[in-house]
Design a protein around this ligand. Structure first.
Ligand code: NDP
Length: 399
């Protein structure tokens, strides 16, 4: 079918590359391009010899002219951005300059202000439309599958969706007192920020971890979960007509929260540069350097994730509740691709998003979130590529 260029060679990219190589009919050739080329080469070495032809390259994705030249040289059908959110706009600029479609998994965040929102990327809509190019934002699990689940519920189960609760449960145990499951800097910026949810057309802001609920997750059990701001709230509030409230909850254990509180109290999660022995350092980046590398958690993590959406709305004039979710086993993921379930649940939908563009199933000039496309081919692909979904028509609701 064609060629994809994957930017980044971290936890999520590693899974996406494995999945592309399992899918050589679509991914005949891939180029893995990242800042540290040795990580790209290590992936190539592991996966070479299959039907997908793999090339590697060193690139600083913030260098737009160099990235544009690399894209022009390889001529991929799509660029799959699996670097960090800071690179999003530069990679979109290079895609526009080189005339190539774009897919990512996380919305843009400026490096010096811990604030993420879609406005910066949505502002590219006219340029992508005029260039006849498709940009798909947020094709991971959350955002990503949660948006596809919402589009599927809207298409097949409801006339109107009024309430969505997104529940992200990680029941995995890696045995460390404190570690993050994906990039520590991005993860800690997300969970130490104020929470918020969308209600009756406006944002309601909460203190970090202010709202706690307990939920009994299928195949995982009872967990504490906390309300966070999360990026898909913004796009779903815009794209799901008739919505009255959307909230996002993520589970955290006591040990994680106690460590995080302590690190915050001593200033280790700050992104303000400080002077240290004549150097400027950013405490959060230093913390990242001393924490376990998320990639090293794979062989140690046991247990399952359960991520999904509970919908409440109306069908044929009657009230209706519906829950769509996926359960993913850390050890099975590790056995298959050498990564734990958090990277797996992001890398698989990233590959599927790129596949949707390459096969032409999701191609429309402009900048879109995943819920704006037909969910059916994506839902079929989740079942086929390792993230089968389950449904309940009688879920326990979150108060
Ligand atoms: P990692 O830190 O493991 O990997 C990031 C990769 O990007 C590294 O290989 C890094 O290179 C590379 N990179 C960083 N800066 C640049 C640059 N300027 N130019 C080129 N390459 C660069 O992160 P993850 O794999 O955990 O996360 C990847 C993305 O996935 C993030 O944006 C994250 O927010 C998103 N994500 C989305 C989720 C979802 O469900 N939607 C869930 C989890 C993550 P180097 O090796 O040199 O550092």
């Amino acid at each position: 079918m064609g060629k994809a260029m994957i930017i980044g060679a971290g936890g999520v990219a590693s899974v996406a590359v494995h999945k592309c190589c399992q899918n050589p009919e679509v991914f005949e050739e891939i180029l893995i391009a990242s800042r540290t080329k040795s990580k790209c080469d290590a992936l190539k070495e592991k996966l070479d010899g299959g039907r997908t032809k793999i090339q590697t390259a060193a690139i600083d994705a913030d260098d737009v002219p160099a990235l544009t030249a690399l894209i022009r040289d390889f001529q991929p059908d799509v660029v799959l951005n699996l670097a960090l959110p800071y690179q999003d706009l530069h990679i979109m600029d290079a895609c526009l300059a080189a005339g190539v479609h774009y897919v990512d998994t996380a919305n843009y965040e400026p490096e010096d202000t811990a604030k993420f929102e879609y406005s910066w990327q949505w502002a590219y809509a006219d340029r992508f439309r005029e260039a006849g190019l498709t940009a798909i934002l947020g094709s991971g699990f959350d955002p990503g599958v949660t948006g596809v689940f919402s589009a599927y519920a809207m298409k097949h189960e409801f006339d109107e969706i009024n309430y969505i609760d997104i529940l992200d449960c990680n029941g995995g145990d890696h045995g460390y007192p404190f570690a993050t499951n994906f990039n520590p800097e991005i993860n800690i910026r997300e969970v130490s920020a104020k929470g918020s949810y969308w209600e009756n057309g406006a944002w309601v802001e909460t203190e970090p971890m202010e709202i706690k609920r307990v939920y009994d997750f299928a195949e995982v059990g009872q967990k504490d979960m906390y309300l966070l701001h999360h990026e898909e709230l913004e796009s779903l509030a815009k794209n799901i007509k008739g919505i009255k409230r959307i909230r996002f909850f993520m589970t955290f254990g006591e040990s994680y929260l106690t460590h995080l509180r302590c690190l915050e109290n001593v200033g280790m999660t700050s992104i303000e540069p400080i002077d240290f022995e004549g150097h400027k350092i950013i405490p959060l980046q230093f913390l990242k350097a001393v924490l376990p590398d998320p990639a090293s958690l794979g062989p140690r993590t046991k247990g399952k994730t359960n991520i999904g959406c509970i919908f409440r709305g109306k069908k044929d004039g009657k009230d209706k509740n519906y829950y769509l979710y996926n359960v993913c086993d850390h050890e099975k993921c590790y056995a298959e691709v050498g990564s734990q379930a958090v990277a797996y649940t992001t890398g698989v939908p990233a590959m599927i998003g790129a596949m949707m563009v390459m096969t032409g199933k999701w191609r429309r000039p402009g900048v879109f979130n995943v819920e704006e496309f037909d969910p059916d081919p994506f839902m079929d692909a989740l079942n086929a590529w390792g993230l089968p979904w389950q449904e309940s028509h009688n879920p326990v609701l979150v108060d």
